[in-house]
Ligand binder design. Structure first.
Ligand code: URA
Length: 300
């Protein structure tokens, strides 16, 4: 048994005993934590990377009030259950959600896990919006405008996304917007243009978006475009088939829809995207007016 594992075990036992002493008979364990505990030990506790125990108790948020003991490998494939991505990056996750997110942003800003992307980037594009949002939009990767302004979805596609969000009665400040990749995919030897992130890049960057999801705990995620769906859900069916049908990521409902960049080329598809957004509003029990219901319907 490694020292790190013994330390983890001791902390767990200590924590459970103190809960018991305070009268608790049961502990809440998240489904993915439970699954990893029931799996082979080697899978739950990696031999090489250091495993730091971390007590996660994030302030007043009811979901975070139960302390959770977490340990995770440094890089976690998104589609498979992990323990805590935030802990894998931060070690001990701060008590307050604001502090945890600030530290995560700080870590991301110095990330050089993909040396080629780190060398080419102007900025790390972490995310924008309300870290307590119930709705999170996830795209694929920053483009040139996002890289220049250090904010996701600010270029032409982003402006369309902002309009869609406004049509929903929401704003960039009341939702959270992030990408799977925090750095712009480099295009060596070319003067411009965008490149689709590779699966390896998405996997390497995944702890950041996973940690964002873990901390924000959105009630609904909108996955923007096929690449986001592939990276987040590991589902390669294709956005043409998947859009509009609810998927799940670690218990969170995910609505796959077209990427706004695609919409810019195919404005005839905007009603379909709008229907996806109506489903999102309904899922969140947000009000939908008759006028909103009729947006982008073909004129008779
Ligand atoms: N496309 C994306 O997927 N993300 C951005 O931030 C901008 C364009």
């Amino acid at each position: 048994m490694t020292d790190a594992y013994r330390q983890l075990l001791d902390s767990t036992i200590h924590h459970l005993e103190s809960l018991k002493a305070r009268g608790s008979s049961f502990v809440g364990v998240e489904a993915d934590t439970f699954a990893s505990l029931s799996g082979p030990l080697a899978a739950a506790v990696p031999a090489v990377p250091s495993v730091k125990p971390a007590v996660v108790s994030l302030g007043a948020r009811p979901e975070f009030t139960k302390p959770r003991l977490v340990a995770a490998p440094a890089v976690t494939p998104m589609a498979s259950p992990a323990v805590s991505a935030a802990a894998s990056i931060l070690g001990v996750v701060p008590e307050s959600l604001d502090e945890a997110m600030a530290q995560l942003r700080e870590k991301a800003s110095g990330c050089v896990r993909c040396p080629n992307l780190a060398a080419a980037r102007k900025s790390v594009v972490f995310g924008v919006g309300d870290i307590r949002a119930r709705l999170m939009f996830i795209g694929e990767a920053p483009g040139a405008d996002e890289d220049a302004q250090a904010e996701p979805f600010v270029g032409p596609a982003g402006q369309l996304l902002t309009k869609i969000i406004a049509a929903m009665g929401l704003s960039r400040q009341t939702v959270y917007i992030a990408n799977l990749l925090k750095c712009r995919p480099d295009t060596p030897g070319e003067t411009g243009g965008n490149r689709k992130p590779t699966l390896d890049e998405m996997k390497t960057c995944s702890p950041y978006v996973l940690a964002q999801i873990e901390l924000i705990k959105p009630k609904v995620i909108v996955a923007l475009g096929g690449t986001a769906v592939e990276g987040l859900l590991g589902n390669f069916t294709g956005i043409m088939k998947l859009r509009g049908s609810w998927q799940t990521f670690r218990g969170i409902p995910v609505m796959p829809t077209h990427h706004p960049d695609f919409l810019l080329q195919a404005l005839s598809e905007k009603r379909k995207v709008w229907e996806d957004m109506l489903k999102v509003l309904e899922r969140l029990s947000l009000p939908v007016t008759e006028k909103q219901r009729g947006f982008f319907l073909p004129k008779e």
